[in-house]
Design a protein around this ligand. Structure first.
Ligand SMILES: [Zn+2]
Length: 115
């Protein structure tokens, strides 16, 4: 892979991350929407919508905390954005160093073809 290809893969990866954002915001909006709607009606019945919303959000956050890093690692490997020597993801600071120098920002292993 050349430095240009690395840079393009990093951009494609960032676009992929952008697509995942609604999946994190939708449950939050639903949760706070439920809380605020039923907050107006406090003292007029049961609290089950708040409890149900809280339990659902907690379960979703726990599932996200377990699944999201695995999906991220899989996506990075699929896109070839992992150092073959140390396994560090070639994104963020490590990726910027790799895009500029052609070497892994973590271990210094050459990750792009010279030139
Ligand atoms: Zn490395």
């Amino acid at each position: 892979m050349t430095r240009t290809e690395l840079f393009e893969r990093q951009q494609a990866y960032r676009r992929t991350l952008g697509k995942a954002v609604p999946f994190f915001f939708f449950p939050m909006i639903t949760f706070f929407g439920t809380i605020s709607y039923h907050g107006i009606h406090i003292g007029r019945g049961s609290y089950w919508p708040e409890v149900a919303a809280f339990v659902a959000l907690a379960a979703l956050l726990a599932a996200t905390a377990i699944v999201a890093p695995r999906l991220k690692d899989r996506q990075l490997r699929k896109m070839g954005l992992v150092c073959p020597s140390c396994g560090e993801a070639l994104v963020n600071t490590t990726g910027q160093i790799a895009a500029v120098t052609g070497r892994c920002g973590n271990c210094g292993h050459r990750v792009t073809e010279p030139g």
